[in-house]
Design a protein around this ligand. Sequence first.
Ligand SMILES: CC(=O)CC(=O)SCCNC(=O)CCNC(=O)[C@H](O)C(C)(C)COP(=O)(O)OP(=O)(O)OC[C@H]1O[C@@H](n2cnc3c(N)ncnc32)[C@H](O)[C@@H]1OP(=O)(O)O
Ligand SMILES: NC(=O)C1=CN([C@@H]2O[C@H](COP(=O)(O)OP(=O)(O)OC[C@H]3O[C@@H](n4cnc5c(N)ncnc54)[C@H](O)[C@@H]3O)[C@@H](O)[C@H]2O)C=CC1
Length: 281
Amino acid sequence: MKICVVGTGTMGNGIAQTFAQAGHDVLLKGRSEASLEKAHKTIEKSLSKLVEKGKMEAAEKEAIKARIKDTMDYGDCKDVDLVIEGVAEDMPTKLEIFKTLDAICKPEAILATNTSSLSITEIGAATSRPDKVIGMHFFNPVPMMKLVEVITGQLTSQETHDKVMAIATEIGKTPVSANEAPGFVVNRILIPMINEGISIYADGVASKEEIDEAMKLGANHPMGPLALGDLIGLDVCLAIMEVLFHEFEDSKYRPHPLLRKMVRANQLGRKTGIGFYDYRK
Ligand SMILES: CC(=O)CC(=O)SCCNC(=O)CCNC(=O)[C@H](O)C(C)(C)COP(=O)(O)OP(=O)(O)OC[C@H]1O[C@@H](n2cnc3c(N)ncnc32)[C@H](O)[C@@H]1OP(=O)(O)O
Ligand SMILES: NC(=O)C1=CN([C@@H]2O[C@H](COP(=O)(O)OP(=O)(O)OC[C@H]3O[C@@H](n4cnc5c(N)ncnc54)[C@H](O)[C@@H]3O)[C@@H](O)[C@H]2O)C=CC1
């Protein structure tokens, strides 16, 4: 199966790596040579970690890397079977990309989005094939996380759903089906929890380290909410809160002002080197 991953950020490179690890040829679509180069560095680091942890043979690493080919041209997507879009969580950006892909990809190709919260139905409506548009929602860090939420929009066909469930299983993930709804299942729970962690921090109830330690030891979470916000990207967290807030029109989803302020300051977490914690050392 020929796969194209659009986007070279936190998620794009992890999704490309995961498909290549499962033996698929992957076309990685980036906007610049610099972004593609950065994605390959991240993939190299991630694969090296798996080797260090004894989860992969060193020889396998090079074979996996060789399966990922770069492109900056959507025209190269004409013969792919499945596209997974992983660009910024912004509806106008996604609609433009899906219109472009719809015009280029063969009619039977499935167009999937890794959106965290946005409407699959709205994205599908920008194409001539809404029955083949679906959410394939991976979790960060993609090579480590087992879950894929498979999200059907109003017009997604059962056939597309079944194929994507099978693909997710085949690449070693555990898929869970969800009907379209803002934030689907996990993010409707997880992101308001992170927002609440920010609120507790802003209120001065405890230090950031204490908040994270409390949730690690008291709820058995592998990471505390503030460290997790930094891993996800605070811009992504804010975009998801905005979708929940506007779609449900419910004040319980109000993004905390400190979250907005940090995004405005480009303190986005790991990807910009600083968020709640400093990663620049
Ligand atoms: C926003 C959305 O739409 C949906 C989402 O994704 S929500 C986010 C979901 N993810 C989570 O909740 C993750 C929670 N955290 C965890 O499960 C674990 O802490 C973890 C899997 C990230 C790391 O577990 P671990 O292997 O025990 O940790 P450890 O070996 O110490 O590694 C920690 C580090 O590796 C990353 N990580 C570890 N192995 C990795 C690999 N093979 N590839 C990529 N990143 C890796 C971590 O992010 C972190 O980064 P650095 O060391 O480079 O700074
Ligand atoms: N970060 C996370 O933990 C998770 C994010 N997601 C979703 O995955 C998608 C990507 O998120 P991340 O990788 O975290 O973001 P990121 O900020 O790390 O990367 C964004 C990517 O989008 C590209 N991009 C930005 N604007 C663009 C435009 N106008 N046209 C084309 N490309 C553009 C960037 O060049 C970059 O490759 C989003 O929809 C996000 O909600 C899903 C699961 C987890």
